[in-house]
Design a protein around this ligand. Structure first.
Ligand code: 5GP
Length: 189
């Protein structure tokens, strides 16, 4: 997705040659027009699939997922990283190691929002080691539901997540695939 790649090149900040900061349009300030274009691209890539739910993880996956859900007219569920006080105990959980925060989180989704006949599109902002996406897929499987595919905004292809998920049989669609960072710039595949 050229628009997204250009935006990464103009506004992205590279830290430690491995982390990309995109706080000005995705991770803190959000550009709604770009989010809608991302939603349109996910809809195009997964055209013909009988998606009836989108599953993402708080917080940065929510904006892109809502745009996609609006276009597909399907509900968007987000996994929580912390258990809210009023949450029921009836939850699916999965352990996810956070690459950026270097800590493990138990992510959770209330059982009432996933049924076994659901066809779920998983969406996230970044794909690095594949922990978050694999955790979400694990939750979908616990519900007995089907993972249609995994839509990612920015894939860091020099990390093993995309290969791991593909090897596990999941269809991964990433809108920008970064093969390396050199001299403060992202090189795309
Ligand atoms: P994974 O679980 O695939 O190792 O990492 C994906 C998750 O870590 C994403 O949900 C995202 O929040 C975070 N993440 C991983 N790499 C980056 C990065 O380079 N930049 C940002 N902003 N987040 C990242």
């Amino acid at each position: 997705m050229d628009l997204l790649k250009r935006r990464i090149q103009t506004d992205g900040l590279i830290l430690d040659n491995s982390l990309l900061k995109v706080d000005s349009f995705l991770n803190q300030q959000i550009d709604p027009e770009l989010m809608m274009k991302i939603g349109e691209e996910f809809v195009r890539r997964f055209e013909g699939e009988a998606i009836n739910k989108i599953l993402t993880i708080e917080s940065s996956g929510i904006a892109i997922s809502v745009m996609t859900g609006l276009l597909l007219k399907v509900p968007v569920i987000f996994a929580r990283k912390k258990k809210p006080k009023v949450a029921s105990d009836d939850v699916y959980t999965a352990k996810v190691y956070s690459y950026t925060k270097q800590e493990s989180n138990t992510i959770m989704v209330s059982k009432q929002f996933l049924q076994k006949d659901d066809n779920v599109l998983i969406i996230d902002d970044f794909l690095a080691n594949g922990e978050a996406a694999a955790g979400l897929a694990n939750i979908v499987r616990q519900a007995g539901a089907n993972v249609v595919g995994i839509g990612i905004v920015i894939e860091k292809s020099f990390q093993p997540g995309a290969q791991k998920l593909t090897d596990a049989g999941y269809r991964v669609e990433s809108l920008a695939r970064i093969k390396s960072f050199t001299n403060g710039q992202a090189d795309f595949l």
